[in-house]
Write a protein that binds this ligand. Structure first.
Ligand SMILES: C[S@@+](CC[C@H](N)C(=O)[O-])C[C@H]1O[C@@H](n2cnc3c(N)ncnc32)[C@H](O)[C@@H]1O
Length: 208
Protein backbone atom coordinates (compact mmCIF):
# COMPACT_ATOMS: atom_id res chain seq x y z
CA UNK A 1 0.00 0.00 0.00
CA UNK A 2 1.27 3.51 -0.86
CA UNK A 3 2.51 5.50 2.12
CA UNK A 4 0.70 8.76 2.74
CA UNK A 5 2.64 11.47 4.50
CA UNK A 6 1.06 12.87 7.69
CA UNK A 7 1.27 16.38 6.20
CA UNK A 8 -0.89 15.29 3.26
CA UNK A 9 -3.47 13.80 5.60
CA UNK A 10 -3.57 16.87 7.83
CA UNK A 11 -4.01 19.38 5.00
CA UNK A 12 -7.27 17.63 4.12
CA UNK A 13 -8.90 18.94 7.29
CA UNK A 14 -10.07 22.48 8.09
CA UNK A 15 -8.38 22.29 11.52
CA UNK A 16 -4.98 22.20 9.83
CA UNK A 17 -5.68 25.51 8.09
CA UNK A 18 -7.35 27.14 11.08
CA UNK A 19 -4.24 26.34 13.09
CA UNK A 20 -1.99 27.85 10.40
CA UNK A 21 -4.00 31.09 10.59
CA UNK A 22 -4.01 31.03 14.42
CA UNK A 23 -0.23 30.76 14.66
CA UNK A 24 0.44 33.32 11.92
CA UNK A 25 1.81 30.69 9.56
CA UNK A 26 0.07 32.22 6.55
CA UNK A 27 3.22 33.15 4.67
CA UNK A 28 1.20 33.23 1.42
CA UNK A 29 -0.76 36.31 2.53
CA UNK A 30 -0.31 39.20 0.08
CA UNK A 31 -2.70 41.66 1.74
CA UNK A 32 -3.85 42.56 -1.78
CA UNK A 33 -5.24 40.85 -4.88
CA UNK A 34 -2.85 38.65 -6.81
CA UNK A 35 -0.83 40.76 -9.31
CA UNK A 36 -1.40 38.13 -12.02
CA UNK A 37 -5.17 38.39 -11.58
CA UNK A 38 -5.19 42.18 -11.66
CA UNK A 39 -3.03 42.31 -14.77
CA UNK A 40 -5.16 39.71 -16.54
CA UNK A 41 -8.51 41.29 -15.70
CA UNK A 42 -7.32 44.81 -16.55
CA UNK A 43 -5.99 43.73 -19.95
CA UNK A 44 -8.25 40.86 -21.06
CA UNK A 45 -11.23 40.52 -18.70
CA UNK A 46 -13.06 37.18 -18.90
CA UNK A 47 -16.81 37.54 -19.51
CA UNK A 48 -18.74 38.87 -16.48
CA UNK A 49 -20.93 36.45 -14.56
CA UNK A 50 -20.95 34.31 -11.44
CA UNK A 51 -17.43 33.51 -10.27
CA UNK A 52 -16.23 31.06 -7.62
CA UNK A 53 -12.98 31.66 -5.77
CA UNK A 54 -11.92 28.39 -4.07
CA UNK A 55 -9.73 28.58 -0.98
CA UNK A 56 -10.22 32.35 -0.96
CA UNK A 57 -8.43 32.99 2.33
CA UNK A 58 -9.05 36.59 3.41
CA UNK A 59 -10.78 37.28 0.13
CA UNK A 60 -8.57 39.90 -1.53
CA UNK A 61 -9.04 38.34 -4.98
CA UNK A 62 -12.77 37.84 -4.40
CA UNK A 63 -13.23 41.51 -3.40
CA UNK A 64 -11.18 42.67 -6.35
CA UNK A 65 -13.28 40.64 -8.82
CA UNK A 66 -16.48 41.94 -7.23
CA UNK A 67 -15.32 45.53 -7.73
CA UNK A 68 -14.73 44.69 -11.40
CA UNK A 69 -18.35 43.65 -11.93
CA UNK A 70 -18.28 39.90 -11.28
CA UNK A 71 -20.85 38.23 -8.97
CA UNK A 72 -18.40 36.52 -6.67
CA UNK A 73 -18.58 33.81 -4.03
CA UNK A 74 -15.39 33.09 -2.12
CA UNK A 75 -15.17 29.64 -0.52
CA UNK A 76 -12.97 28.53 2.33
CA UNK A 77 -13.31 26.26 5.34
CA UNK A 78 -11.10 28.05 7.87
CA UNK A 79 -13.29 30.21 10.15
CA UNK A 80 -10.44 32.69 10.70
CA UNK A 81 -10.09 33.29 6.97
CA UNK A 82 -13.83 33.69 6.45
CA UNK A 83 -14.36 36.10 9.31
CA UNK A 84 -11.46 38.27 8.08
CA UNK A 85 -12.82 38.10 4.51
CA UNK A 86 -16.29 39.21 5.62
CA UNK A 87 -14.91 41.98 7.82
CA UNK A 88 -12.71 43.37 5.04
CA UNK A 89 -15.59 43.27 2.52
CA UNK A 90 -17.91 45.04 4.97
CA UNK A 91 -15.26 47.65 5.75
CA UNK A 92 -14.73 48.38 2.06
CA UNK A 93 -18.45 48.17 1.22
CA UNK A 94 -17.84 45.47 -1.39
CA UNK A 95 -20.77 43.24 -2.37
CA UNK A 96 -19.28 39.73 -2.29
CA UNK A 97 -20.43 36.46 -0.70
CA UNK A 98 -18.25 34.20 1.42
CA UNK A 99 -19.26 30.65 2.21
CA UNK A 100 -17.79 27.99 4.45
CA UNK A 101 -17.42 24.87 2.34
CA UNK A 102 -15.09 21.99 1.59
CA UNK A 103 -14.04 22.45 -2.03
CA UNK A 104 -14.61 18.77 -2.70
CA UNK A 105 -18.39 19.28 -2.24
CA UNK A 106 -18.67 22.14 -4.72
CA UNK A 107 -19.41 20.11 -7.84
CA UNK A 108 -21.89 17.87 -6.07
CA UNK A 109 -23.81 20.56 -4.14
CA UNK A 110 -23.62 23.49 -6.56
CA UNK A 111 -23.68 21.95 -10.06
CA UNK A 112 -23.33 24.35 -13.04
CA UNK A 113 -23.61 27.26 -10.59
CA UNK A 114 -20.74 29.37 -11.95
CA UNK A 115 -19.66 30.99 -15.20
CA UNK A 116 -16.06 31.24 -14.05
CA UNK A 117 -13.57 30.04 -11.46
CA UNK A 118 -10.42 31.83 -10.30
CA UNK A 119 -7.89 29.63 -8.48
CA UNK A 120 -4.74 30.96 -6.89
CA UNK A 121 -2.97 28.93 -4.22
CA UNK A 122 -5.90 26.63 -3.51
CA UNK A 123 -4.76 23.95 -5.98
CA UNK A 124 -1.32 23.86 -4.32
CA UNK A 125 -2.95 23.60 -0.88
CA UNK A 126 -4.75 20.39 -1.83
CA UNK A 127 -3.19 17.00 -1.10
CA UNK A 128 -1.61 16.09 -4.48
CA UNK A 129 -3.23 12.67 -4.30
CA UNK A 130 -6.63 14.43 -4.44
CA UNK A 131 -5.92 16.83 -7.31
CA UNK A 132 -7.97 14.92 -9.89
CA UNK A 133 -10.88 14.88 -7.45
CA UNK A 134 -10.45 18.62 -6.86
CA UNK A 135 -10.49 19.36 -10.60
CA UNK A 136 -13.64 17.22 -10.99
CA UNK A 137 -15.31 19.29 -8.28
CA UNK A 138 -14.45 22.51 -10.13
CA UNK A 139 -15.71 21.01 -13.40
CA UNK A 140 -18.98 20.11 -11.71
CA UNK A 141 -19.66 23.61 -10.44
CA UNK A 142 -18.73 25.31 -13.71
CA UNK A 143 -21.33 25.52 -16.47
CA UNK A 144 -20.44 24.09 -19.87
CA UNK A 145 -18.50 26.79 -21.73
CA UNK A 146 -17.53 28.47 -18.47
CA UNK A 147 -13.97 29.62 -17.85
CA UNK A 148 -11.29 28.54 -15.45
CA UNK A 149 -8.58 31.10 -14.81
CA UNK A 150 -5.86 29.69 -12.60
CA UNK A 151 -2.39 30.71 -11.58
CA UNK A 152 -0.44 27.63 -10.54
CA UNK A 153 2.34 27.95 -7.97
CA UNK A 154 5.00 26.80 -7.07
CA UNK A 155 6.72 25.30 -10.11
CA UNK A 156 9.65 24.29 -7.88
CA UNK A 157 9.24 22.74 -4.46
CA UNK A 158 9.74 25.16 -1.56
CA UNK A 159 8.99 22.84 1.36
CA UNK A 160 7.61 19.31 1.64
CA UNK A 161 4.29 21.18 1.41
CA UNK A 162 1.90 22.87 1.43
CA UNK A 163 2.31 24.55 -0.98
CA UNK A 164 2.71 21.33 -2.92
CA UNK A 165 4.76 21.64 -6.09
CA UNK A 166 2.86 21.89 -9.40
CA UNK A 167 3.98 21.12 -12.95
CA UNK A 168 2.44 22.39 -16.20
CA UNK A 169 2.47 18.83 -17.56
CA UNK A 170 0.40 17.59 -14.63
CA UNK A 171 -2.05 20.50 -14.94
CA UNK A 172 -2.48 19.85 -18.67
CA UNK A 173 -3.12 16.17 -17.97
CA UNK A 174 -5.68 16.93 -15.24
CA UNK A 175 -7.54 19.53 -17.32
CA UNK A 176 -7.47 17.61 -20.62
CA UNK A 177 -10.64 15.52 -20.14
CA UNK A 178 -12.91 18.52 -19.45
CA UNK A 179 -11.18 21.70 -20.64
CA UNK A 180 -9.80 23.33 -23.71
CA UNK A 181 -6.77 25.44 -22.78
CA UNK A 182 -7.03 28.81 -24.53
CA UNK A 183 -3.95 30.46 -23.05
CA UNK A 184 -1.10 29.24 -20.89
CA UNK A 185 2.22 30.67 -19.83
CA UNK A 186 3.99 32.64 -17.13
CA UNK A 187 1.86 35.48 -15.76
CA UNK A 188 3.01 38.99 -16.65
CA UNK A 189 3.07 39.96 -12.97
CA UNK A 190 3.98 37.90 -9.91
CA UNK A 191 4.50 38.78 -6.27
CA UNK A 192 8.09 39.31 -5.14
CA UNK A 193 9.76 35.93 -4.62
CA UNK A 194 7.31 34.09 -6.88
CA UNK A 195 8.70 35.26 -10.24
CA UNK A 196 9.44 32.31 -12.57
CA UNK A 197 7.55 30.03 -10.20
CA UNK A 198 4.05 30.61 -11.54
CA UNK A 199 2.17 29.35 -14.58
CA UNK A 200 -1.17 30.77 -15.59
CA UNK A 201 -3.95 29.15 -17.57
CA UNK A 202 -7.24 30.30 -19.11
CA UNK A 203 -9.34 27.26 -20.00
CA UNK A 204 -12.92 26.65 -21.13
CA UNK A 205 -15.05 23.82 -19.87
CA UNK A 206 -15.82 21.69 -22.92
CA UNK A 207 -16.85 18.40 -21.35
CA UNK A 208 -18.05 16.59 -18.26
C1 LIG B 1 -2.54 28.80 0.80
S1 LIG B 1 -4.08 29.42 1.35
C2 LIG B 1 -4.42 30.61 0.08
C3 LIG B 1 -5.48 31.62 0.42
C4 LIG B 1 -5.76 32.65 -0.68
N1 LIG B 1 -6.07 32.01 -1.96
C5 LIG B 1 -4.61 33.59 -0.84
O1 LIG B 1 -3.89 33.49 -1.87
O2 LIG B 1 -4.40 34.42 0.06
C6 LIG B 1 -5.15 28.09 0.97
C7 LIG B 1 -6.56 28.30 1.47
O3 LIG B 1 -7.35 27.20 1.01
C8 LIG B 1 -8.18 26.77 2.05
N2 LIG B 1 -8.48 25.35 1.77
C9 LIG B 1 -7.60 24.33 1.64
N3 LIG B 1 -8.24 23.19 1.36
C10 LIG B 1 -9.57 23.49 1.32
C11 LIG B 1 -10.74 22.72 1.10
N4 LIG B 1 -10.70 21.41 0.84
N5 LIG B 1 -11.93 23.36 1.15
C12 LIG B 1 -12.00 24.70 1.41
N6 LIG B 1 -10.92 25.48 1.62
C13 LIG B 1 -9.72 24.87 1.58
C14 LIG B 1 -7.41 27.01 3.33
O4 LIG B 1 -8.25 27.14 4.44
C15 LIG B 1 -6.67 28.31 2.99
O5 LIG B 1 -7.39 29.43 3.40
Amino acid sequence: MARVSPTFVRTSAPEFWEDVYARGGDGWELGAPAPSLVEFVESTPPPRGRVAVPGCGRGHDARYLATRGYAVTGFDWAPAALSAARRLARGEGVDVAFESRDMFTLGRDLPNAFDGVWDYTCFCAIDPARRAEYVRSLVGTLRLGGWLLANFFPLRALTPGPPFVVSPAEVRRLLAPSFWIERAGPPLRSPRGRQSREWMVLARRTGA
